[in-house]
Design a protein around this ligand. Sequence first.
Ligand code: FFO
Ligand code: GTP
Ligand code: MG
Length: 462
Amino acid sequence: MANLSEPICALITPPGYAAINVVRISGKGSIGIVAQYIKPRKKLLNCPSHRVVFGTFYSREGRAIDQVLCTVFRAPHSYTGEDVVEISSHGNPQIASQILENLLLDARMANPGEFTLRAVLNGKMDLPQAEAVNDLVFASGAMAESAALMQVQGILSQHLQNLLNDISETRLRCELAIDFADQDLPPVDPEDLKNRISHILKQAEELYAEGVSQGKYIREGIKISLVGAPNSGKSSIFNAFLKYNRAIVNPHPGTTRDYLEERVNLQGYTLILYDTAGLRISSDEVEREGIERTRELMQNSDLILYLLPVDQEIDWKEIDELPSEIKNKILWVATKYDLITPDFSDVKNSDNLNGHSPDSAIPASVYAIEGLEKLQQAILNHFALPQKWVDRPLVTNARHLAALSRAISSLKNALQSIDNQAGYEFTAFDLIAASQALEEILGIVTTEDLLTNIFNNFCIGK
Ligand SMILES: Nc1nc2c(c(=O)[nH]1)N(C=O)[C@@H](CNc1ccc(C(=O)N[C@@H](CCC(=O)O)C(=O)O)cc1)CN2
Ligand SMILES: Nc1nc2c(ncn2[C@@H]2O[C@H](COP(=O)(O)OP(=O)(O)OP(=O)(O)O)[C@@H](O)[C@H]2O)c(=O)[nH]1
Ligand SMILES: [Mg+2]
């Protein structure tokens, strides 16, 4: 790993013209490095932490480059835990480049995520907090933002730490039973041990279940494909969700051939919508390829909106032949419902479909006022997602979920070992394995590979 505390610098605002640009330098001697270029020099050198100095930045040859504000953070009281200076200049990219060029005489360019990596290595934050910093930067909706912020604030870490403490205490009891088995101590009560482990297991399982059913959708968005017979109104619904005419809509069946993908925000959630080629037996080679892609998309979607237009005969054979794992993620939608009634305020699901649709079909129309409202609500209800914001520990990250799942297996083994009267060594062993899995999430045990992997996905300057 690169020399910790060696000064690193980067532009931390987007490159280009702006009101202000900010260049950050962190590491040993950062304040002195910047002071070489700033007048009044002494004022910067003597500046206490968390203060701002107004001055002029001069190039090494002595040419004035810009009037700047330097914000000083003194180790360990900074984002990275090192000495940090942030130099705000007028937002001309050439000015920022010149500032950076001068700093690069004594510092090197920061790698992606390197400031945050240092924050982790200097104990300013743990790994889930650092990962959440990146999630926060790339969050695509209010829900993802609130979940990431919870994690940045350490709410998830604290919860995991509590679980770790409970596991440790339980393990200690097992070890006492092993070490002092031959002494005259009150014997360890297996029921008490089981209760303790069950309690930990329950919390871990809840965290996992919520992570799988909500966390992933919050962080990565919900993949929803629009499928149905040709002309069932897929592209129209797609456009209505996007609020612009992205896809071609036409009375001619078979209009959409390849699928289209677009992201749209729904009440703070990101929906990744796919408009697809209509499902039907076709002799046209291009259309057949499109239909094949639709089938693949259905496999990969979190939810399928299967459109059943109220004015067409429905091909039940096509639907019956769908495999059950596909059927399980279908929401039936009765499209073009305005042809039955233009007023959506009092329609119930499924009424008036002439027996064409399953009972639970949701009425929808792109031509009626509020014609999509029931559908949008049904989508959110389907995932039982939080309505306002995330206000409790939530696992959103695949790495965390995988480790949590291993912790759960080990806790189950620990319970089993008590039931089997295998000996408390085995229980203690399983509890250690559970702890290790949780410690992996927190980054208590890490490898350079893991860190490189995580921080490579960050942007420069973070
Ligand atoms: N200008 C600027 N804005 C920013 C950041 C930054 O680094 N610079 N941040 C990051 O990218 C985020 C804020 N994160 C930060 C976290 C800790 C400290 C800090 O100075 N911590 C000290 C003092 C804490 C205190 O006074 O309570 C410490 O931990 O000791 C600064 C920024 C978002 N906004
Ligand atoms: N009355 C009514 N007509 C609709 C509605 N939605 C779509 N249509 C009409 O139905 C026809 C087909 O719409 P599309 O959105 O192109 O249907 P599609 O499922 O994408 O069709 P393909 O791409 O050919 O499979 C068009 O003439 C639309 O104007 C609706 O809500 N109400
Ligand atoms: Mg279409």
